[in-house]
Write a protein that binds this ligand. Structure first.
Ligand code: ADP
Length: 482
């Protein structure tokens, strides 16, 4: 990591109770671009995590007793330090995650925006007074920090998935213990270094590393943890939700998606193509809101396919640190093998790959973007999350039919559609079974809007004024003044 200008940001230890701590064994972290080892992080024991939880619990008393305004000032400093170190943070992220440097820096900005937003929202946590039902009673509510929080985060957004949870927790007056994905711990540890520099007190923001399954136990089962937040696959989320049941924890889950992208015959096709590129290929297709299925109306299908193909053929695959790279390496070889299983199934059932003419040799973690046509609902690729740069195109003719097909999934995270008819816009937006709908746009995420899914895509909302509610408990006060 000697390409960093501030070496303090490269930490190979966990940050617990204001100290950098080590464990018995290390986990090597590799660069997905060339498999070189970037460094190691500790594999903490359950005992070390239990200690961290007790310390975070003790530290919370002082933090929650401060005013929201005092906490906001410290969070604002953290936000400013992250912005000031954007080049190094982006470089660390590209090295461990693979995404192009410009995208990595974009994520750092996005991650920082949650800290700024929730620092402000923390000042607007209002209770209420309630008209009494007995004349001598006075009824009211207060909102208090929920308690010690824990979080497990994924590798696809190594910074933003942390701040989206930590910022509302800290603004509300809670402490938090975060276990980042073992593929991308260095971004999380760099954020911890900046949290320390910003003056966040010891024990309030903690980052632990180690075996996910082992550390997942105390993070979901310890009695001193009141709230657990997870971003990752539905499969793992289901298991962690079950683990949280043993102590009835409040739980937020941001799980898998299967986003449809519907292009109606009255759509602005150029706009649909440009938006489809972003919604499909951002982060190499490795986001939970990435398009999984393009449904294109028969009347505009040929035009869409031709224009989309021309744009996809321009995408450059390469090392994320190189300028002009659009798609970096995939996170692991195993991820590519999973995509290939879906691809083979689709090809065996009659789908065809469009010739893009620009392919690089697929080696290591590199995979070319692909467009698959003649896709139908019998193929697994329509029902499972692809999580990679493969676009599947499906022809449709009828609005009712396409809505039924779009909703025919256990997932309900994001959906996108393109239409210039205002009546259709409302009709379709209301019928889509998803937590978020992009209408004539492929970019929907920001800190001020509620991010989250329905069905088996999860529980709760992150970002927005709703995002802090998950870190608060409502207490009802009934006073008799007779
Ligand atoms: P992804 O496909 O994005 O890696 P996962 O759901 O497998 O999604 O992983 C998301 C996060 O959950 C990662 O930090 C991973 O280490 C963690 N994780 C995976 N399996 C478990 C488990 N059984 N218990 C606790 N954490 C887990």
């Amino acid at each position: 990591m000697n390409i960093l200008s501030n070496q303090d940001l490269f930490r190979q230890a966990c940050y617990v109770n204001g100290q950098w701590i080590d464990g018995d064994n290390g986990i090597a972290v590799t660069n997905p671009a060339d498999q070189s080892v970037l460094g190691t992080v500790p594999s903490l024991s359950v005992e070390q995590v239990n200690d961290a939880i007790v310390q975070a619990h003790a530290a919370m008393a002082g933090w929650s007793a401060r005013t929201a305004k005092e906490r906001a000032k410290i969070l604002q400093r953290w936000f400013e330090l992250i912005e000031a170190n954007i080049d190094d943070l982006g470089t660390i992220m590209t090295l461990e995650q693979g995404k192009p440097l410009q995208e990595a820096k974009g994520e750092i900005r996005y991650a920082a925006s949650f800290i700024e937003w929730f620092a402000e929202e923390g000042k607007r946590v209002y209770g209420e007074t309630i008209p009494q039902t007995v004349s001598t009673n006075r009824l009211s509510t207060i909102k208090q920090p929920i308690g010690v929080c824990s979080a497990i985060t994924p590798w696809n957004f190594p910074a933003a998935m942390i701040t989206r949870k930590a910022a509302p927790a800290l603004a509300a007056g809670c402490s938090i213990i975060i276990k980042p994905a073992s593929e991308t711990p260095f971004t999380a540890l760099a954020l911890a270094e900046l949290a320390a520099q910003a003056g966040i007190p010891a024990g309030i923001f903690n980052v632990i590393t180690g075996d996910a399954r082992t550390l997942g136990e105390p993070l979901t089962k310890h009695e001193l943890i009141s709230k657990f937040s997870f971003t990752g696959s539905t499969q793992v989320g289901r298991k962690l939700y079950e683990q949280c049941a043993s102590t009835i924890k409040k739980t937020s889950l941001e799980l898998g998606g299967n986003a449809p992208f519907i292009v109606f015959d009255d759509a602005d096709i150029d706009k649909a193509v440009a938006s489809g590129m972003l919604a499909k290929f951002r982060n190499g297709g490795q986001t939970c809101v990435c398009v999984n299925r393009f449904y294109v109306h028969d009347a505009v299908y040929d035009e869409f396919l031709e224009k989309f193909t021309a744009r996809v053929a321009e995408l450059r695959v390469g090392n994320g640190l190189e300028q002009n790279t659009d798609i970096g390496p995939m996170i692991t070889r195993r991820a590519i093998e999973g995509m290939n299983v879906l691809l083979e199934d689709a090809l065996a059932k009659g789908a065809r790959l469009v010739d893009l003419g620009t392919e690089i040799e697929e080696q290591g973690n590199y995979i070319n973007p692909k467009i698959l046509v003649d896709v139908d609902d019998s193929m697994d690729i329509v029902h499972e999350e692809i999580f990679g740069p493969i676009a599947t195109l499906i022809r449709f003719t009828d609005e009712d039919e396409v809505l039924n097909r779009a909703n025919d999934t256990i997932f309900g995270l994001a959906a996108y559609f393109f239409s210039q008819d205002v009546r259709r816009v409302y009709r379709v937006a209301e019928r889509l079974e998803s937590g978020m709908v992009g209408i004539n746009t492929g970019m929907i995420s920001n800190e001020v809007a509620p991010f989250g899914g329905v069905k088996q895509s999860g529980l709760g909302k992150e970002g927005s004024r709703y995002g802090i509610e998950d870190y608060l408990k409502v207490k009802y006060l009934c006073i008799d003044i007779a």
